[in-house]
Design a protein around this ligand. Structure first.
Ligand code: PLP
Length: 294
């Protein structure tokens, strides 16, 4: 064996997600997060997107054969310590991933599964159809350690608008009841979108414009936790959702408790937003180097 110190073997983390040709979100963001946080990333690409910083021009969903073969090939030799799931465009794709997860669970292998329920890009392109959404609730959420909807995704899932922090807490409880995941993180980064300062009918407190507040609720009876950080002014936030869920997976793969993994992942994304720069005409990607900040 060649000389040099024996470096620790990094845990293997998978991204089961869509490719973003622009390199800001999707599998490309996920792999950067895994690498930056000390893991080896494998990728199961569920769809190709022809995408730049401001638009998705075309989406091509991977064949079920390619999807199943990739899952089986990796499982055979490079099984995951943790899995991040992102874009699942169709019900068939959701079911193929769901069957894989349930077979894995039957065999007793129990890595963490983080599901980011990707539905629509910030630029407005639909990445998941409605049948897929329901199939995801039925077959992926029950196998997930954590689901990470943003405000818009949570609204689509629960069917009502989230106007106040109390609404966000209620949605977290409803999402746990609906999907039976181990925990839910409802992200409030988009909390102010479309609200325009209006006051809720019930008169409850509105979201605080100075902070980004996420609410973590675990199914094991522990009370929920608000995780608050300063709201950053940078508009270059492409890929923040993908990066957050991947960072949680990377920290869980290193045996951190869930709350620690989520708090550290949020700090990682905040650091990435602070350093993010515009690259094309649209929002630039979250910056993913230099963790922790020097
Ligand atoms: N493209 C792909 C393949 C994605 O998985 C995601 C993730 O949500 C996006 C684009 C959306 O990124 P954003 O909403 O940050 O533009």
């Amino acid at each position: 064996v060649a000389g040099g110190p024996q470096l620790p073997v990094p845990p293997i983390v998978w991204s089961i997600a869509g490719s973003d040709s622009g390199g800001g979100a999707g599998v490309q963001a996920d792999l950067q997060a895994f690498h930056a946080l000390g893991c080896h990333g494998c990728s199961v690409i569920t769809a190709l997107t022809a995408q730049n910083s401001h638009q998705v021009r075309k989406v091509e969903v991977s064949s079920l054969d390619m999807l199943r073969t990739t899952l089986a090939t990796l499982e055979d030799d490079m099984p995951a310590k943790a899995i991040k799931i992102g874009m699942l465009a169709t019900a068939d794709v959701v079911r193929a991933v769901g069957i894989f997860l349930s077979e894995k669970a039957t065999e007793g292998s129990s890595g963490a599964v983080i599901c980011d329920p990707v539905m629509v890009t910030s630029s407005g392109s639909v990445l998941q159809d409605e049948l897929a959404r329901q199939a995801m609730i039925d077959t992926i959420f029950p196998r997930a350690t954590l689901i990470t909807p943003n405000k818009h995704e949570a609204e689509m899932l629960v069917g009502y608008t989230l106007r106040t922090p109390e609404d966000l807490e209620r949605a977290a409880h409803d999402l746990l009841a609906m999907g039976k995941s181990g925990a839910v993180l409802v992200k409030g980064g988009h909390a102010l979108d479309g609200l325009g300062g209006e006051r809720s009918a019930s008169g409850e407190g509105l979201f605080d414009a100075a902070v980004a507040q996420d609410y973590l609720l675990e199914s094991n009876g522990k009370s929920g936790l608000w995780i608050t950080s300063p709201r950053l002014e940078n508009q270059n936030t492409h890929g923040t959702g993908c990066t957050l869920s991947s960072a949680v997976a990377a920290f869980l793969a290193q045996d951190l408790p869930l709350v620690d993994a989520v708090v550290l992942a949020k700090a990682y994304v905040s650091q990435g937003i602070r350093a993010a720069r515009k690259l094309g005409r649209g929002p630039g990607p979250v910056q993913q180097t230099g963790w922790p900040a020097s």
